[in-house]
Design a protein around this ligand. Structure first.
Ligand code: NI
Length: 135
């Protein structure tokens, strides 16, 4: 019997979407306002889900306190109030789209979640735009 448990988190971050090998015209065509050279911010909402068997002793799939602390130390401390392009090493050569941010978050968390459990990262860049990555 597998159960999925989820924890919501939040961070603010700035980014700029552009491809360094493209000229400004091409970047504007592809990324529009997100290519603003002065960056812009988003209020990211994050939902981290862990799916697995319920532990017979604890009744938990995952200890929510541990999951909460993990999200804080691995994700929020790394991304909150940061300029993703400038301050986060993972985006030195990777365009910080919601898709790529969700993969980076997954990769930060995956080593710390028991391998018998499935991990899913859902990232809302706006209330209407969100992406999901589960490895
Ligand atoms: Ni944006």
């Amino acid at each position: 019997m597998k159960v999925k448990v989820s924890r919501k988190a939040h961070f603010n971050a700035a980014h700029r979407l552009y491809h360094k090998d493209w000229d400004n015209k091409k970047n504007n065509e592809v990324f529009g306002k997100c290519n603003n050279p002065n960056y812009h911010g988003h209020n990211y909402e994050l939902i981290v889900s862990v799916t697995g068997e319920i532990d017979k002793n604890t009744g938990f799939v995952v200890d929510m306190k541990i999951l909460k602390d993990l999200i804080k130390s691995k994700v929020e401390d790394a991304l909150d109030h940061k300029n993703l392009n400038v301050e986060v090493p993972e985006f030195e050569k990777l365009i910080p789209t919601a898709e790529n941010i969700s993969v980076v978050i997954y990769n930060k968390l995956r080593p710390h979640i028991d391998s018998s459990k499935d991990l899913e990262v859902m990232l809302y860049e706006t209330p209407r735009n969100f992406v999901t990555y589960s490895g």
